[in-house]
Write a protein that binds this ligand. Structure first.
Ligand code: ADP
Ligand code: MG
Length: 360
């Protein structure tokens, strides 16, 4: 086996030192001053080697006094530190979390400390977020259960209100009874939307045609539009069957058309279209409404985000969830002339083959 010269070995070690993805530093035991730091140290802390060499971590404010004291104590007692979690400060003052290891080495005849640290700030953040999401989903499930249970007593109350409200004794309070009933209906609508959002069971998809689902719904959408004195059109393209859940798609189309209709003045029109574009089937719902201001665009789909006095802010959150369970992408174009929501559904492989052969 070939042996390296001392020079060559030093060069290799130096390369490894700088190429390491961990922060590495060598400091003297006697006064704690840095002698050498690697590139990752410079990049992570924001200090250049020139700025730190000859100074201590405490004077640079990288470690506070108590951390430094704890590190010295551990080193004196054990001679080595393994994965000790510490927080350190960058040059710009931001705090990071590191897993810190250190041991005493001989560096050109002097007793020094070799410190190695892994920046685990992001990791800790993701761990925390993951935990939070888990808790949120648990809370969501609990809330869904409670929502469900609240409905039964509400139905009873609504029934009695209706009964009492029709009695001649309460004729004078008729409008109050109607208000109470409509408030209960609103609460019920919120629970319905929330439950469809929180429902956790996997969506069952079956091959079927999007146009058929929309056609079945059409009378309902038409009635919605006509009572508001608005126009509605459905331009059906020739599209292949898709893997769909009928109930969910109906819900999605209803939510999007209702939003569109609600955004428009009287006599304006809403157009639903289906067509093939590339390897996708597109469902587009275009309104001539007020549009969505840019600052609201990234809030769309956040549960309970609404700009309407009597909105629930759950309609779009449900749509996004349904799109996700269908592997569909949602695209939004909006300006002061109106808004277009486009849903891009993937075409199943088998249908793609048939589509191509039909074209030839
Ligand atoms: P809601 O309709 O109950 O307010 P949604 O989740 O359906 O809740 O919609 C959230 C918000 O997004 C609406 O309050 C509205 O500000 C905005 N929005 C959604 N669709 C449209 C649209 N087609 N045109 C204008 N604004 C829209
Ligand atoms: Mg809505």
């Amino acid at each position: 086996m070939k042996s390296f010269s001392d020079e060559k070995e030093k060069e290799l070690l130096d390369k490894a030192f700088h190429a390491s993805p961990c922060l590495m530093a060598i400091s003297t035991i006697s006064d704690g001053c840095y002698i050498k730091v690697n590139r990752c140290f410079e990049e992570t802390t924001g200090y250049t080697a020139l700025e730190v060499i000859g100074r201590t971590s405490v004077s640079l404010n990288i470690f506070d006094n108590s951390t430094r004291a704890r590190v010295s104590e551990l080193l004196t007692n054990q001679g080595i530190i393994n994965n000790f979690e510490i927080s350190f400060k960058k040059k710009d003052g931001t705090l990071r979390v590191g897993l810190f290891s250190a041991e005493i080495i001989d560096f050109y005849g002097e007793q020094c400390i070799l410190s190695v640290a892994n920046d685990v700030t992001e990791l800790r953040k993701y761990e925390k977020e993951g935990l939070m999401l888990e808790r949120m989903s648990l809370i969501g499930q609990l809330a869904a259960g409670i929502g469900h249970e609240i409905r039964n007593p509400m139905t009873t109350v609504r029934g009695y209100l209706q009964l009492l409200g029709e009695k001649p004794d309460f004729l004078a309070q008729k409008s109050t009874f109607e208000l109470m009933i409509s408030e209960l209906d609103r609460a019920n609508a919120i629970i319905t939307e929330f439950l469809s959002l929180a429902q956790i069971k996997r969506t069952e998809l079956k091959p079927q045609n999007l146009n058929c689902i929309i056609m079945n719904l059409y009378p309902l959408i038409e009635a919605d539009a006509f009572t508001q004195n608005k126009q509605i059109y459905f331009v059906q393209g020739v599209i292949p069957n898709l893997q769909l859940n009928r109930k969910e798609i109906a819900q999605l189309v209803l939510n999007l058309t209702r939003n569109g209709l609600e955004a428009m003045e009287e006599r304006a029109s809403l157009t639903i279209k289906s067509y093939v574009k590339g390897s996708k089937v597109v469902l587009s719902i275009q309104d001539e409404g007020c549009g969505i201001p840019p600052e609201n665009l990234n809030k769309l789909g956040t549960p309970f985000f609404t700009t309407k006095d009597s909105g629930t802010g759950l309609g779009l959150a449900t749509c996004y969830k349904i799109a996700e369970s269908h592997n569909a992408k949602v695209r939004i174009n909006s300006n002061s002339n109106g808004t277009t929501f486009r849903l891009l559904f993937p075409i199943p492989e088998q249908e793609q083959v048939e589509l191509i052969s039909a074209l030839h």
